[in-house]
Ligand binder design. Structure first.
Ligand code: SAM
Length: 320
């Protein structure tokens, strides 16, 4: 899986060289490049933000800079100009450097006049790597000038973390783990100009916006790290033991919370593990764990119970 990340702090993603993600890079399973958004600026201060239209506190990320960067990384604009000398993208993977692509200096702030953002703001509806037709709103969106558009199957899925977007779930992680190429854009300040996702949806790009929870972070870097880890650990070969992702919270039978976990010793500081787990009867253990998963989910996340797949739950016990 190829992963590009755009941030004003690309060094943040150096951490991806560690642990299982570092190993996955070394194995060639994932190929990550973190780009500095400021490399697509042309002013002396490399500024990426401006004051909010309509007033208010803080700054908003400018569409023009993002557009130059995204056109480039999405292959939506032919590169026509020599790259700027401050192009210092951080290549996280030792062997990979997507910076060979050339930042264009053409004014990419080209959202067609009269674009109705609300109309083209269908949230995260298209499946991974589908054609523009799958973007439900594409027909509503005004025609926009596009040149050299790569085939949809070659195009990355463009993902923006956003606290006011739909919640990112295990289902999204599973779906996105089938994509060949993901492109993440990290917001900062008060966020990014809303025309950016609207414009790229109108170009037929599969654009997703996700929140990772009901709280506000300083920037998208943490949110991207969270999503990236949830997605990539599902890639075949990523985990040391592939079994460990089969029975987990939010996964499999009805997507419940997982049962409690224990290790040895059987008694620790006066607290015993449930006897049934020591019985050696796998059928009983399975039933106990499933009942506990149901009870915990009902208590902690009743919203998940409401979405239960009862057919899946009535499956016979695992044969072990
Ligand atoms: N003004 C925005 C609001 O109130 O919704 C908050 C902007 S936040 C300070 C800056 C950036 O951090 C966002 O554009 C987004 O990329 C990221 N971010 C913050 N909280 C997030 C969350 N819960 N989920 C996903 N991204 C988040």
């Amino acid at each position: 899986m190829k992963i590009d990340i755009v941030s004003v702090f690309p060094e943040y993603f150096d951490v991806l060289n560690l642990s299982l993600f570092g190993k996955a890079q070394a194995k060639g399973l994932v190929e990550v490049t973190a780009h500095n958004l400021r490399d697509w600026t042309h002013d002396v201060h490399h500024s990426v933000d401006d004051t909010p239209v309509g007033g208010g506190a803080g700054m908003v990320m400018k569409p023009a800079v993002w557009a130059e960067c995204l056109d480039d990384l999405l292959g939506l604009e032919p590169a026509t100009v020599t790259p700027s000398s401050n192009n210092s993208n951080t290549s996280v993977a030792a062997t990979t450097d997507a910076t060979a692509s050339v930042p264009s200096t053409a004014n990419a702030d080209a959202a067609p006049e009269g674009t109705d953002i609300a109309a083209s703001e269908e949230s995260n509806a298209a499946p991974v790597n589908t054609t523009a037709d799958a973007n439900a709103d594409a027909s509503d969106a005004p025609a926009a000038p596009v040149s050299a558009v790569p085939p949809a199957s070659d195009r990355p899925v463009l993902i923006f973390p956003n606290p006011s977007a739909p919640l990112f779930t295990q289902r999204d992680a599973t779906e996105l783990s089938h994509a060949d190429h993901l492109l993440f854009g990290c917001g900062r300040y008060e966020g990014y100009d809303a025309r950016i996702p609207a414009y790229y949806r109108a170009q037929g790009v599969d654009v997703r916006e996700y929140s990772i929870g009901d709280y506000v972070l300083n920037g998208g870097e943490v949110a991207v790290s969270v999503m990236l880890e949830a997605i990539t650990r599902l890639l075949p070969g990523f985990m040391g033991n592939p079994e460990s992702i089969v029975e987990e919270s939010y996964t499999g039978e009805g997507a419940l919370l997982e049962h409690r976990q224990y290790t040895k010793p059987a008694e620790w500081r006066g607290i015993r593990v449930p006897d049934v787990l020591l019985s050696g009867d796998h059928g009983k253990v399975d039933r106990f764990r499933r009942d506990e998963a149901l009870a915990r989910t009902d208590e902690i996340r009743p919203d998940l119970i409401a979405k239960l797949d009862c057919a899946a739950l009535s499956k016979p016990d695992r044969k072990t």
